[in-house]
Design a protein around this ligand. Structure first.
Ligand SMILES: *[C@@H]1O[C@H](CO)[C@@H](O)[C@H](O)[C@H]1NC(C)=O
Ligand SMILES: *[C@@H]1O[C@H](CO)[C@@H](O)[C@H](O)[C@H]1NC(C)=O
Ligand SMILES: *[C@@H]1O[C@H](CO)[C@@H](O)[C@H](O)[C@H]1NC(C)=O
Ligand SMILES: *[C@@H]1O[C@H](CO)[C@@H](O)[C@H](O)[C@H]1NC(C)=O
Ligand SMILES: *[C@@H]1O[C@H](CO)[C@@H](O)[C@H](O)[C@H]1NC(C)=O
Length: 298
């Protein structure tokens, strides 16, 4: 049903559009919670993406040439996605910056996957349009950069005509030092079907959480999508944001990480930091979730 989908997108747009109106805006826990909860709301989780894989700590911006995805769930055209995308982590939570989640010794695996049409494609199998290991984060540009050849080089989406809106996810996985690429997809493989959970298992613990993610939609022709998406409720955003914030609090309390903000005890503190143009700004926005919601409505 288009009603629930529009509501979902409107909710995501409201929460993210104004909360991150500029690149230098920080990632609040509400903002990353909103991104994370968009996955189950869009029926992308728990299948094909298990909920336990998601721990969004940064805002992922995806750009195809001159086309920048403005909001999660945006509808793009086939013509707009012909150029291989670039991936930018435009802001991160204070927990991520304290823990060095995107630190310069960290690697990431980036996947661009078609999960098909909500309610219609319900299997764990996705269609892989890009898969790259060995990405690192460049703190001055915010870009994720590959340091080795793509496993599956980018092949632009072309969903079947009148199939309905396909959902294309961009997932950034933590890639640990002990990671060795699963045999399949083979090096230089063409775009192909992928059993995502098998790929993850075959990485033998070498892949961690999905710490940043986005998704876009592309439809060729027209079809009524089955009603299988829902809105993200503010209550669930507030609850997940509080749990991320208190997890950060216990983490910083039990470690001696530099720049620890100890924001967990405040519960509603939206602590965040952002790094752009080589300048790192870390700070605590001492605002409650209600204030964040209020601001997002303006
Ligand atoms: C991308 O970044 C811009 C500016 O930081 C922000 O307004 C927008 O919401 C972001 N898009 C997504 C999908 O996160
Ligand atoms: C989604 O389902 C349709 C219809 O069964 C199929 O043609 C298409 O290949 C599927 N797409 C994906 C990405 O699995
Ligand atoms: C990064 O990916 C691009 C595009 O696939 C490729 O041309 C380039 O060689 C890759 N960089 C490295 C260091 O392998
Ligand atoms: C990652 O990079 C290392 C060295 O930089 C290389 O040995 C390894 O094969 C790369 N892994 C993948 C999956 O490309
Ligand atoms: C690889 O490293 C990760 C993170 O340190 C760890 O959780 C995982 O168990 C390791 N896997 C193996 C097979 O040692």
């Amino acid at each position: 049903m288009t009603f629930s989908k529009n509501l979902l997108l409107a909710t995501a747009a409201m929460a993210m559009g104004s909360a991150v109106s500029a690149q230098s805006s920080p990632a609040s826990y509400d903002q990353v919670a909103q991104i994370q909860l968009t996955f189950p709301a869009a029926d992308l989780s728990p299948v094909p993406v298990p909920t336990s894989w998601l721990d969004i700590q940064g805002v992922l911006n995806v750009t195809f040439g001159n086309t920048r995805v403005s909001n999660i769930g945006d509808m793009l055209t086939v013509a707009q996605v012909q150029t291989a995308p670039t991936f930018t982590i435009s802001s991160q939570t204070s927990a991520a910056s304290s823990a060095g989640t995107f630190g310069n010794n960290k690697k990431f695996t980036v996947a661009f996957l078609d999960a098909g049409v909500a309610g219609k494609n319900v299997s764990t199998e996705v269609f892989c349009h890009y898969l790259g290991n060995n990405f690192t984060w460049d703190s001055s540009s915010g870009q994720l950069r590959n340091s080795s050849a793509a496993r599956v080089a980018y092949g632009a989406p072309l969903p079947a005509t009148n199939d309905g809106p396909h959902r294309y996810m961009q997932l950034v996985f933590q890639q640990f030092d002990n990671f060795t690429a699963p045999a399949s997809p083979a090096a230089n493989a063409p775009i192909q079907r992928l059993q995502l959970q098998d790929y993850y298992k075959n990485a033998n613990g070498g892949l961690g959480k999905i710490v940043a993610a986005n998704y876009i939609q592309i439809e060729v022709g027209q079809a009524t999508a089955p009603s299988s998406t829902s809105a993200v409720s503010q209550a669930s955003v507030t609850a997940l944001a509080a749990s991320k914030s208190s997890a950060a609090g216990s983490m910083t309390a039990s470690s001696s990480a530099a720049g620890s903000t100890g924001s967990g005890s405040a519960g509603h503190s939206a602590a965040a930091s952002t790094v752009f143009g080589g300048v790192s700004i870390a700070g605590i926005l001492a605002v409650g979730s209600a204030v964040v919601v209020g601001a997002a409505m303006l």
